[in-house]
Every structure is written in C-alpha cells, then in structure tokens.
Design a protein around this ligand. Structure first.
Ligand SMILES: Cc1ncc(COP(=O)(O)O)c(C=O)c1O
Length: 400
C-alpha cells in the first residue's frame, strides 16, 4: 500500500511550473532564454502599498489576526464591491485568504462531495480541474474554442449541466486566453443558470481591472441579481496591484458558505499574512492611478504581440479584451517538421521545439484544456516581447 494519499493520484503537477523549470534549466546551462510563461505583472508593487506594509510592521501589526481577515480589510473589500461592481456585501459575507488560489480551494473543499460535478469552460486556468479533483469532485469540461472567441456559449453551458452539477466556474477576463465577456454575453449565460437553481456560480474576477479599449467589466451577481444568493464573487490584489508575492485574495458570498470556508482556513493556514492584509487595505482604499497607467503599457504590448504573431506562418492570434495573455492557434503548423527535426504533432511538441531551438518559453495549450494552441504572457518588457515574437516568426518560417 502506498504511503501517499490516493487523492494525489487524481491530480497532476502544474504544467506551467514544468515549463518554467525547463526554461530555468536551459538558462542555467547558459542558453539565451526568453520566458513568456509567467502569470504575473513585471511591474513593482506601488510605493504607497509598500509604505503601508512598512508602517504595519513598525506599528507591531505582526500577530495572528482573525482567521479570514482583519475588519479593516473586510470593510475595504465591501466598499470595493459596492464601488466597482454595485454589489452589497456585509463584512460577515467576506473571506480573505492567502491568495485567490486559497479562496477558490477553500470554497471547493467546503462544498464538494464525491461525485459532485463542477462545470469548467476550456481553455481554463490550470488549477481549476485539479483543485476540484483534490476536493473530491468531478470536473466537467465545456469547450469554448476559437470559433466563439474562447467564450462559452449558452448552449454549451446548458449541455454541461446535469443534476449533479454543484458549481459553474466563470473566469473573465480569462487566464489563459484574455477573453472577457460583455454584459450581453454574460447575461446569456446567467439566463441559463437561472433555469438551474441547484447550480452555484464561482466567479473568478482576478483580472477585473486589466481590460483594454474601453471594455466594461461585469460579474455574474451584478448582471443577474437573481444569482446573488448562489454566487461566490472571488477577486484579489495579486494581478492589478502587482502583488503576487504578498498572497492576498478574497471573496464575498452567502454567509453560510463564507462560514464554512472560514472553518477550513482556521484548521489549515489560519489568517493570511497580517502585514500583507494591511498592504491590501491600502491597495483597495488608496490611489488607483497606476492601474490605467499600467494598462496603457499592457495594451501596447498586446497589440504588438497580436500583430507579430499573426504575421507568423501557420499562427492565428485573436485580440483578447483583457488580462495579459494571448492564446494563438498553431493549427497551420501541425504536421510540419522543425529545422531541429521535431515533427509538430501537437502543441506540446511545438512548445518544446520552440524552447529548445529558439529559447522562447511558452506554455502549450493542452495544459489549459484546448489545443492546438499556446499561451503567451505579455507581462514582460517590450524588448523581450519583440525579440521573442521575431524568433517565433523565424521558427514558423523554418517549418517544412
Ligand atoms: C484566473 C486566476 N485565478 C486565480 C489566480 C490565483 O491568484 P493568486 O496569486 O492571488 O493566488 C490566478 C493566478 O495566476 C489566476 O490566473
């Protein structure tokens, strides 16, 4: 009998981390590698937020806190939901965790029983299916391909729902595609959900603030108030505030669910870092000026990357509405052979050959549940992006 839990047999290690590890190994071996795999902004955390953290340390705010967040942060979160999303929550309906990841994990652990199904649109953020499996549930993948701009259709959602469905995980703007749903597109999905009162909605709004071209972000509980009683609206400071290392995520929803999530957190990690919580208070209450400034940079990079990738033979790259990812299709490269002799049978071979032959690290589409594609994170310098896209163009041109 294995010493390790049988649950572990159900999950796989993160493929995005595998790509980063291989890229680092090649770098260590002296190869000129450009990493386009990272899911974090290349900007530094804003000064006012860092100052709030330093002040918290100096004021001795370095002790245990309430397990799911200090009252000041919960208040700031309630105000944020009102201000940005028109949603009314009380502090008792709010949970703060160690990153958005822990919030989603707590919610799944708190609700899933064996056999419970969770509908996840593909391409998906790599952690959703494995978190569902760890919690004992069954992921049900609903495809949202390039033909629908990587957005789930109401028909596909309807077809994925069964009497066993417990959650629908919704992520807009999306990791890995950057696709974001307009109000009308989201309303079409919430109309389906209104017909299935046993299905709850987990809305992962992590990239809310990273939208371009005057795109208007919206979230399910706001678009369809009838879903408020069965929606967990999740968010965090990691991406918009360049705070990935601080590990603060949060969610708001019905009080019994929030209490169940608190129970799990209180018996596992307890409170998220006290100093980070004070930094997050400043992130939410302080100036938001750097968000549009950073978005200008992201938009410029997105446009350059989309244009350069579309100029590469065999690649088609849609222009996404948000986040800092693009998700090009390599349909036109399949079946060809690289200069190094790799037969491009699928996106995993493509990404491996691209890395080994040109030093550009991207994450292959199968990792996100939709092939043949790859994900590019444009959260790196313009110079790196330009160089990487030129190498991708040369790689594609050399395929025969
Ligand atoms: C869609 C999505 N949700 C949640 C997270 C988790 O964020 P955090 O770093 O706050 O745990 C990420 C991080 O990559 C993400 O891309």
């Amino acid at each position: 009998m294995s010493f390790l839990s049988a649950t572990l047999d159900r999950v796989k290690p993160s493929p995005t981390i595998a790509v980063t590890t291989l890229a680092n190994e090649l770098k260590a071996a002296g190869k000129d590698v450009i990493g386009l795999g990272a899911g974090e902004p290349d900007f530094d955390t804003p000064e006012n937020i860092k100052a709030a953290a330093k002040a918290a340390i100096d004021a001795g705010k370095t002790k245990y806190t309430a397990p799911d967040g200090i009252p000041e942060l919960k208040k700031a979160i309630c105000e944020k939901f009102k201000r940005d999303n028109g949603l009314d929550y009380t502090p008792a309906q709010v949970s703060v965790g160690t990153g958005g990841k822990q919030i989603l994990y707590n919610a799944l652990m708190a609700t899933l029983n064996p056999g419970d199904e969770v509908v996840i649109p593909a391409p998906y953020w790599v952690s959703y299916p494995d978190m569902v499996l760890l919690a004992g549930g069954e992921p049900v993948i609903a495809e949202a391909g390039a033909d629908t701009a990587y957005k789930l259709t109401p028909e596909a959602l309807e077809a994925a729902i069964t009497p066993k469905t417990k959650w629908f995980i919704f992520n807009s703007p999306s990791n890995p595609t950057g696709a974001a749903y307009s109000r009308a597109e989201l309303k079409a999905l919430t109309d389906v959900l209104m017909k299935h009162p046993h299905v709850w909605v987990m809305s992962d709004d992590m990239y809310e603030h990273l939208v371009y071209d005057d795109f208007e972000f919206c979230t399910p509980a706001e678009v369809e108030p009838g879903l408020y009683e069965r929606t967990l609206t999740c968010n965090g400071v990691s991406k918009a505030y360049a705070m990935t290392g601080w590990r603060i995520g949060y969610a708001a929803g019905p009080q019994p669910l929030i209490a169940a999530m608190r129970k799990i957190q209180s018996q596992s990690t307890s409170n998220p870092c006290s100093v980070s919580q004070w930094a997050a208070v400043e992130a939410l209450n302080g100036t938001q000026e750097f968000i549009p400034a950073n978005n200008e940079v992201f938009k410029r990079r997105r446009d350059m990357v989309v244009e350069m990738l579309n100029a590469a033979e065999g690649i088609t790259c849609p222009t996404p509405e948000g986040a800092f990812y693009v998700y090009p299709s390599i349909e036109g490269c399949i079946g060809k052979t690289s200069a190094g002799g790799a037969l491009i049978e699928n996106d995993e071979v493509f990404a491996k050959a691209l890395l080994e032959e040109t030093g550009v690290a991207v994450v292959f589409g199968a990792a996100f549940g939709l092939s043949p594609c790859f994900r590019v994170s444009y959260a790196t310098s313009d110079e790196n992006l330009k160089k990487a896209c030129e190498r991708i163009q040369q790689f594609c041109a050399s395929l025969s």
